[in-house]
Ligand binder design. Structure first.
Ligand code: AMP
Ligand code: ZN
Length: 498
């Protein structure tokens, strides 16, 4: 099998993936800021990393997957000023800030579950790691890369840049970055325009604040990820991920903080997902063009013609490589719905095939080779920087072959038993374990059957007690719903949709 190659934003090349400790992978993904519902753009990033997590596990790695919850320190705008997002929302909704955090964390988990994302192995919160963040800030000050102004601690970007290239992640020089920032005014406490806060002094009315060596305050947004990734994955770990929008500031600052604290480059492979857009514009909480997952599931949005199942949305995302932009539209979702239906049909046909040796049947060598190549292409595409879109393209090329084998247009014996098994095993591993898709149709019918078996049992008990009013009522009401109960000769009862 080919080796796994990943595109590293830091080196801007595809590299062979070699973890720090053979067999083990440490992966950190920036999680949601829980002051509001996650939108579909956020979900795209979390689904992309869920696939990466699942694929690494499929390859046999033992993965420690850390995805944080940002529940403190994220100010409005990404500058070190203004209210923090939690306090503002708490005032608006008349709740405690931690009630805001709880409400949106639960909502986030529910959405992740609906999309069938696996939970991370550790989900640390910023508020649960204040002391680790303070320790890190103390060390950065001790190493000479930060200064204190009236209870706020700033990272000294220009000093750091004299030793290490600050803009390394996005390949930009300090002069260019400086050009893009506004000049400091008389009010500013910072020494340099690019300096950012590691710890922020809290005004007395600020709702979330903690004691520190510099007085009451709260951590800056960037330090939380450095402190928590360092704590759970070590000073140098394998993969750090997030959306591309985080690279220029948040991740750039994470690198600087860790370097300034531990003198090591914290991350070996930086992975960034591209943005989900609506009519070409990035979907974002602040732009207000965010689709909420439940709006999709109910169809309750002016831009939507109908409701879409979570698996349709997941499949829609898998059809595009994670580093390409993905534009959200009604038509694209409709096409995804049809595509997914075709894929399940092929999968059901494939799993129902039972190999039979037929005397004198001829193996079709060309077909055999084609099937093997296409199915081996699944791993090759995933090893090429997790190219889910290419895997799906191969599956769609195999679908008509599978359907013809099922419907007898092509003899099953045209391919070997091993190839049939290879197809069955790989389709199942990819659809369920790696792509995390669920056959919602199958789930629905299993659920319906469960409910009907219960009603059939209640009807049976009613009849045994000669309560024919109840037993007839069950049968008649079901009949009205288009479901017929049939008393079989052997005493069992079956059901059918008319
Ligand atoms: P936030 O809750 O805004 O901190 O974002 C959570 C995650 O979603 C981060 O990794 C962001 O980079 C990512 N993200 C935000 N907007 C989008 C978008 N439109 N498309 C894809 N990912 C996004
Ligand atoms: Zn982060």
């Amino acid at each position: 099998m080919s080796e796994l190659k990943v595109y590293n934003s830091l080196t801007r090349t595809k590299e062979v993936f070699t973890p720090v400790t053979p067999g083990y992978v440490g992966m950190y993904v920036c999680g949601p800021t829980v002051y509001s519902d996650v939108h579909l753009g956020n979900c795209r990033t979390f689904i992309s990393f869920d696939i990466i997590y699942r694929y690494l596990k499929y390859l046999g790695y033992k993965v420690r997957y850390v995805r944080n919850i940002t529940d403190a320190g994220h100010l409005e705008g990404d500058r070190d000023e203004g209210d923090d997002k939690f306090s503002k929302k708490a005032r608006l909704e008349q709740l405690e800030p931690m009630e805001i955090v709880q409400k949106y964390t639960l909502g986030f988990h529910k959405v992740m579950e609906l999309f069938n994302n696996l939970p991370p192995t550790i989900e640390p919160t910023a508020t649960g790691h204040i002391s680790e963040q303070i320790e890190m800030v103390k060390q950065i000050i001790a190493n000479g890369y930060a200064y204190i102004v009236d209870g706020t601690v700033y990272f000294d970007v220009e000093k750091y840049n004299k030793e290490k290239p600050y803009g390394i992640l996005t390949n930009r020089k300090l002069e260019d970055l400086l050009e893009g920032t506004r000049a400091l005014g008389g009010q500013d406490e910072k020494k340099g325009r690019l300096d950012f806060a590691l710890w922020i002094k809290a005004k007395p009315e600020h709702l979330m604040q903690w004691p520190s060596p510099w007085g009451m305050g709260f951590p800056g947004w960037h330090i939380e990820c450095s402190a928590m990734s360092g704590k759970y994955l070590g000073k140098q770990f394998d993969i750090h991920g997030g959306g591309m929008d985080l690279a220029a500031t948040h991740h750039t600052n994470e690198i600087a903080q860790s370097q300034a604290c531990y003198h090591t480059s914290p991350v070996n492979y930086w992975l960034h997902t591209n943005m989900l857009t609506v009519n070409g514009a990035r979907m974002s909480k602040t732009a207000g063009n965010g689709f909420l997952p439940h709006q999709l599931f109910t169809g309750d949005h002016p831009l939507l013609d109908k409701a879409y199942a979570p698996m349709t949305v997941r499949f829609f995302m898998l059809q595009t490589h994670y580093r390409s932009t993905l534009d959200f539209s009604n038509e694209a979702l409709q096409a995804a719905e049809k595509g997914l239906k075709r894929l399940w049909e092929a999968y059901e046909n494939l799993s129902s095939l039972v190999y039979q040796d037929i005397d004198n049947a001829q193996l079709d060598n060309e077909l055999e080779k084609r099937c093997i190549n296409l199915v081996n292409g699944f791993d090759e595409s995933m090893n090429d920087d997790f190219n889910t879109a290419k895997v799906l393209a191969n599956m769609f090329e195999l679908a008509p072959v599978i359907n013809s084998l099922k419907h007898g247009q092509v003899l099953l014996a045209s391919i070997s038993k091993q190839t049939l098994e290879l197809l069955q095993n790989k389709f199942s591993a990819y659809l369920f374990d790696i792509f995390g898709l669920k056959n919602e149709k199958e789930n629905d019918s299993a659920l319906l059957d469960g409910v009907l078996q219960l009603l059939i049992q209640i009807r049976k008990e009613a009849r045994e007690k000669k309560d024919f009013t109840t037993s007839d009522k069950i049968r008649n009401k079901l009949q009205q719903q288009g479901i017929t109960l049939k008393d079989e000769k052997n005493g069992s009862v079956s059901w059918a949709i008319d």
